[in-house]
Design a binder for this molecule. Structure first.
Ligand code: DSN
Length: 425
């Protein structure tokens, strides 16, 4: 590469990723094939529209790529329709809201500090200006069970157009059948934001909301699904011509979504990213991916238990998926920012996170959030989880001792270098 400044930064980032352990639960390491597709000449092409219905010529290859991505996505999630064009999970959510709601309509979603995402109605978002968000919560943070009675009462009272199941920081499985019963009672569109667990669903180790009567799934493609950075919308219903406005019925939701995405909100699709999504979906269809997803869950359970043994108080007392949330303020009297920073110093990357009804502010919240998708891709197994938990405990203990932190960093680096990145292979 001729641009030495950028080349050096790419090399530095690769070194950082290779020498550290990635515990941010929304991150992962993609394969060499995914990287190759992302770095391909498809980035040169404009392809507004959908396969067979484009606004520009020269689409004989892009149409095939997008059709492959769509067919593979539908197969993975057993959906009638897949729109693989969203640039991100946030845009996927926005498209779904716009395709079904009018300005000012109500959306019932999980409270942010109980695990919901910014795009589920955080007051700082433009979405919160456009729609009225009502929030449901956990009934008991010791078990993590959602308060389904509260959810039903809110639904009956506010008659939401959408009921959104999904999360960014919630370690338990949702009861989709209960959501569906409530949604059907009030005639709401049932949407599941499965960004975090899409890979687990694809592998069949987590429940698929579409099997429980949900109409739409939104997701990112780069978390447990291990594809390129991007979004996707899956839905059930009749797939029609996105160039013609269909009647607003639940049956027409695939067409409403396509139409809202383009020409409604997004411009040209990122065809190089769609090619990489197709590659990742093919990888996720292989038997090895199921083994990978099972190992994510095994590692998460052991890591949660090892952290608890060392005094980390876990939100909901454990995990059903790959996500672990610890209240470090209650456990050690430290905020999540301090813990994030001290762990960064030893090469363990995770993120500070609010906990339910957090007494501390968002930039210095009480919690940390971590997970096992990326370290499982590197090849770590159950026996390695105690080592990580011990490093975390020691780093917190030695947080003011730079020499001890440096020694821990060397240990982490030596350990991490035993596990190649998948893009090395
Ligand atoms: N940033 C992603 C996460 O970490 O969960 C979702 O927005």
């Amino acid at each position: 590469m001729n641009d030495k400044q950028i080349a050096d930064l790419i090399a530095a980032e690769e070194k950082r990723q290779r020498e550290g352990l990635e515990l941010i639960p929304s991150e992962n390491y993609v394969s060499r094939d995914v990287l190759t597709a992302m770095g391909s000449v498809f980035t040169n092409k404009y392809s507004e529209g959908y396969p067979g219905r484009r606004y520009y010529g020269g689409q004989e290859n892009t149409d095939k790529v997008e059709r492959l991505a769509i067919e593979r996505a539908k197969q993975l999630f057993r959906a009638d329709h897949a729109n693989v064009q969203p640039h991100s999970g946030a845009q996927a959510n926005e498209v779904v809201y716009h395709s079904w709601c009018n300005l000012g309509d109500t959306i019932l979603a999980m409270d942010l500090s109980h695990g919901g995402h910014l795009t589920h109605g955080a007051p700082v978002t433009i979405l919160a200006r456009d729609y009225k968000f009502i929030r449901y919560k956990m009934k008991d943070i010791k078990t993590g069970e959602i308060d389904y009675e509260q959810l039903r009462q809110l639904a009956l009272e506010h008659k939401p157009k959408i009921i959104l199941a999904g999360f960014s920081a919630y370690p338990r499985e949702l009861d989709y059948a209960k959501f569906a019963a409530i949604g059907n009672e009030v005639g709401a569109l049932l949407v599941a934001d499965m960004a975090h667990i899409a890979g687990l669903i694809a592998a069949g180790v987590a429940k698929n909301p579409l099997d429980y009567g949900f109409h739409v799934i939104t997701t990112t493609t780069h978390k447990t699904l291990r594809g390129p950075r991007g979004g996707m919308i899956l839905s059930n219903g009749v797939v029609g011509n996105p160039l013609k406005a269909p009647e607003k019925t639940i049956e027409n939701i695939p067409t409403l979504i396509d139409r809202t995405l383009f020409p409604g909100t997004q411009g040209g699709p990122l065809m190089h990213v769609i090619a990489a999504k197709a590659v990742a979906f093919r990888e996720a269809l292989q038997p090895e991916f199921k083994t990978y997803a099972e190992q994510i869950l095994k590692n998460a359970k052991v890591l949660a238990a090892e952290l608890e043994r060392r005094g980390f108080q876990l939100i909901t007392g454990g995990t059903d998926n790959h996500l672990i949330l610890a209240d470090v303020y209650k456990s050690f009297g430290l905020d999540g920012k301090i813990v994030e920073e001290v762990l960064d110093k030893i090469g363990l990357t995770l993120n500070k996170n609010a906990v339910a009804d957090d007494p501390l502010p968002p930039f210095k919240p009480s919690g940390i959030r971590l997970g096992t998708p990326a370290i499982t891709t590197r090849g770590l197994v159950e026996k390695d989880m105690a080592t990580i938990a011990e490093w975390m405990k020691q780093a917190i203990e030695y947080r003011d001792d730079e020499a001890k932190l440096r020694a821990l960093h060397t240990e982490v680096r030596t350990f991490a270098l035993q596990f190649p990145l998948p893009s090395d292979k």
